[in-house]
Write a protein that binds this ligand. Structure first.
Ligand code: SAM
Length: 323
């Protein structure tokens, strides 16, 4: 009888918690709709609030063809994701795992409100230079978005070097040299001038700024990253020999990790997402702890051998054990 009462109590508590969570998010959504925001806000593929910043929809159309080249699952990184407009659109339109980095307060709520998206990850961080370098040593992204963010980073040249080392297709958008933001961000003219000197950069869009009459260029830098410098976030840097023995072969249709051990070649299909150690090391807050622990329990139930976080890939709401 006592157990029955306990169970009923627990059930009631879960229901109340469920309602609280839902009504909290409902309040947040109302707040978001009332606020003035920089980016359009997307909830389950619907724009619920229009931003005052540069035209999000037009910019998305400019980068969509780069994503459309892929005919396989992809991993996308967005640095300075703000309220997640671009990653949420990509997460809806493509077989992808979309990693959003920003320190804005609202992004976690927006992730929670996007109940239809199971392939998004939020790392809540104001990325330091050391962190972005380490991320570039550890992970391989198919597409990297760094839009209107480089001028917030200092020293921007060093950040840029690390951004180029993060993956295969790097998109950088930066305000123009004559923009009104220059007095507060004096690096702006230098960034644009430098990007214009890089022969591999292609300008894929010029979008009017909210400052009116000036246009930001969006650059696409296609590249090919074939090696990693560390196996995981917590492991040491590999020697050049070790790096050579671990190569990434990536095309628009296939992505494979090739390991060479004792003269033998082992090929493993690359899983979309990031290593769970990277998620922890960069303050991953979405998916929530509840979802992550549920996934860890599920994996251990299916395959009860000890689970090490470096052998786990987080793809969004789903975690996968590396074989
Ligand atoms: C001008 S907004 C651009 C937002 C979005 N990328 C776009 O183009 O619509 C710059 C964003 O970058 C974020 N940001 C600036 N420095 C950052 C850093 N070091 N690490 C992560 N996010 C950063 C800010 O919080 C802000 O949301």
């Amino acid at each position: 009888m006592l157990n029955l009462i306990r169970c009923a109590g627990l059930f009631l508590l879960l229901i109340i918690n469920g309602f609280c969570e839902d009504s909290d998010l409902g309040r947040v959504l109302d707040e978001i709709k009332r606020q003035t925001v920089y980016q359009d806000i997307i909830i389950n593929d619907e724009v619920v609030a229009h931003g005052w910043g540069p035209n999000c929809a037009a910019r998305y159309e400019a980068l969509r063809p780069i994503l459309e080249q892929y005919n396989r699952p992809i991993t996308v990184l967005e640095i300075g994701a703000n309220h997640g407009y671009f990653s949420l659109r990509i997460a809806h339109d493509f077989d992808s795992s979309c990693v959003m980095i920003d320190f804005t307060e609202r992004l976690l709520d927006i992730c929670k409100l996007n109940t239809d998206r199971h392939n998004i990850i939020h790392l809540k961080k104001c990325l330091t230079l050391d962190e972005i370098v380490k991320l570039s040593q550890t992970e391989h992204f198919d597409v990297v978005l760094a839009m209107h963010v480089l001028h917030h980073m200092n020293p921007w040249q060093e950040y840029l070097k690390a951004i180029f080392h993060l993956g295969d297709n790097v998109i950088i958008e930066t305000p123009p040299a004559d923009d009104a933001v220059v007095p507060q961000k004096p690096s702006v003219p230098f960034i644009e001038a430098y990007l214009l000197t890089l022969p591999e950069g292609k300008i894929i869009a010029e979008t009017e700024r909210y400052t009116k009459g000036t246009y930001s260029k969006m650059f696409w830098f296609p590249g090919s990253k074939t090696t990693l410098d560390r196996k995981t976030w917590t492991s040491r840097l590999m020697s050049p020999e070790e790096q050579n023995a671990l190569r990434i072969e990536s095309s628009y249709t296939h992505k494979t990790l090739i390991k060479e051990r004792d003269g033998q070649k082992i090929e493993r299909k690359w899983l979309k997402g990031i290593n769970f150690e990277t998620f922890k090391g960069l303050n991953g807050i979405y998916p929530t702890t509840e979802v992550v622990s549920g996934e860890i329990n599920r994996i251990q139930h299916v395959d009860p051998q000890a689970l090490e976080s470096r052998n786990v890939i987080i793809q969004g709401n789903r975690l996968r054990r590396l074989k």
